[in-house]
Design a protein around this ligand. Structure first.
Ligand SMILES: C[S@@+](CC[C@H](N)C(=O)[O-])C[C@H]1O[C@@H](n2cnc3c(N)ncnc32)[C@H](O)[C@@H]1O
Length: 250
């Protein structure tokens, strides 16, 4: 079983397979539709499991509850921190990925079937509205809601001040679209260190006495290169397709 080393802010594999989950946990997570990779699911589970700080876990963007189940199972195996799951369940995502219907009924069924419903407070509102009145300490802030620059930045601006010393902030899809820019801006702040990347998740520890290591600086620098790297990869892929096409014509 892997553990999240809160001191260094990284997943530390105790076995040869990093971020491994036991079969029962994995099958409960696999049963829920969503966008997490296995490694991302394992990160969320272990981060929630090893959270011993005062405060709750805040999830922005739940959809059908895949990440909520990861957090809930991790919290159950750890210190049973409460989870606040914020999602109006009625956005563009439901229009495109749930035939325009609310994802709330499926979300509720999924967290009940995974046995974590008792830990979850569902808040069916937009994070901007919730954040303006938020007054609870947060041990782990998981941001996977509005993926626009303004939306993701607003989530960080409203909720991150409530993250306690030693708490973790993590963004999903942080290597895509507008998110690298948001993450660089938020984690570039002096209070964040021990940065890490797990597939498309980028996370950091918030601390009053944070000092960025060379590794932190490199992670931030790598994020600024993601856009360029993607363009290059696409160009190489296109060149490859072109070459294969030429070979077929010969
Ligand atoms: C990518 S999905 C979340 C996926 C989920 N975390 C999972 O693991 O399957 C994004 C979700 O964010 C929600 N969302 C979009 N804008 C939001 C906002 N401003 N506040 C809260 N939730 C929002 C959408 O309704 C959608 O369900």
């Amino acid at each position: 079983m892997s553990t999240l080393n809160a001191q260094r802010g990284e997943i530390v594999p105790a076995t040869s397979a990093p971020g491994i989950l036991d079969r029962a946990t994995k099958s409960k997570i696999d049963a829920v539709e969503g966008w997490l990779t296995d490694r991302e699911a394992a990160f969320l589970y272990h981060a929630a499991r090893t959270c011993t700080l005062v405060g709750g876990i805040v999830e922005i963007g739940s959809f059908k509850g895949k990440s909520t189940v990861c957090l809930g199972l991790g919290s159950t195996a750890g210190t049973r921190l409460p989870i606040y799951a914020i999602d109006p369940h009625d956005t563009e995502i439901q229009a495109v990925h749930n035939a325009g219907a609310s994802s709330l009924p499926v979300f509720e069924r999924n967290i009940a079937e995974a046995g974590v419903a008792h830990l979850v407070t569902q808040i069916p509102e937009y994070s901007g509205d919730v954040g303006r009145n938020w007054i609870r300490p947060i041990a782990f802030l998981w941001i996977d809601g509005d993926h626009s620059y303004e939306g993701a930045l607003r989530d960080a601006v409203l909720f991150a001040p409530w993250v306690v010393d030693g708490g973790i902030v993590a963004f999903h899809d942080a290597t895509q679209g507008a998110l690298p820019q948001v993450v660089r801006r938020v984690f570039g702040d002096a209070h964040y260190s021990r940065l890490g990347i797990v597939d498309s998740i980028v996370y950091a520890t918030k601390s009053a006495v944070a000092r960025k290591s060379l590794r932190d600086v490199l992670v931030l620098a790598a994020l600024s290169q993601y856009g360029r790297a993607r363009t290059l990869a696409r160009a190489l892929h296109l060149r490859d397709l072109f070459k294969r096409g030429l070979r077929l014509l010969r």
